[in-house]
Write a protein that binds this ligand. Structure first.
Ligand code: DQA
Length: 156
């Protein structure tokens, strides 16, 4: 009799953690607002949290709106969900909203700062309608909370 094929869980797609313009400057950029952690520090913390949660993660950052749209389009096939800090494009980009809607993936929007405590032009997010949730004002912990939320959603 043929040996039973080993049952492996299906390979899980990684969650994409996508950062927009100027987030590559974290640590140097207005540390009184955004803190002293760098983007590689945030990535390291996310990777540790993802390991703890049993999910895979992938990181990308771009200062270019079109490149972010391209990466979100690719995520439709490559990724299980998206954590996005779109930086200033949050407040300007219908293109990012359209891309996130077209991706048909669970999205969590993250902001390091509390955008509602800041200038009024930061109070509106074009991308929030595409998100299952929004986390703002908790610094880099927001990314970890977003991963926790997505891990739960994806386990359903
Ligand atoms: C930000 C808030 C945005 O208003 C700003 O343009 C950023 C960063 C945040 O993480 O707090 O670049 O998304």
């Amino acid at each position: 009799m043929a040996a039973k094929a080993a049952r492996r869980p299906p390979a899980k797609k990684p969650v994409l953690v996508l950062n927009g313009p100027n987030l590559n400057m974290l640590g140097k950029r207005q540390p009184e607002i955004y803190g002293r952690e760098t983007l590689p520090d945030v990535e390291k913390a996310c990777r540790a949290e993802a390991t703890r949660l049993g999910i895979a993660v992938e990181f990308a950052q771009s200062n270019h709106e079109g490149a972010l749209v391209d990466r979100i389009q690719a995520a439709r096939e490559k990724n299980a969900g998206i954590v996005i800090n779109a930086g200033a494009y949050t407040h300007t980009s219908v293109a990012l909203l359209d891309a996130l809607n077209a991706a048909e993936l669970p999205v969590v929007e993250v902001h390091l700062s509390n955008i509602y405590k800041r200038e009024s032009f930061r109070h509106h997010s074009y991308i929030s309608p595409a998100a299952v949730g929004v986390i703002a004002g908790l610094g880099s912990q927001g990314y970890l909370l977003a991963l926790q939320a997505l891990a739960r959603l994806l386990a359903r």
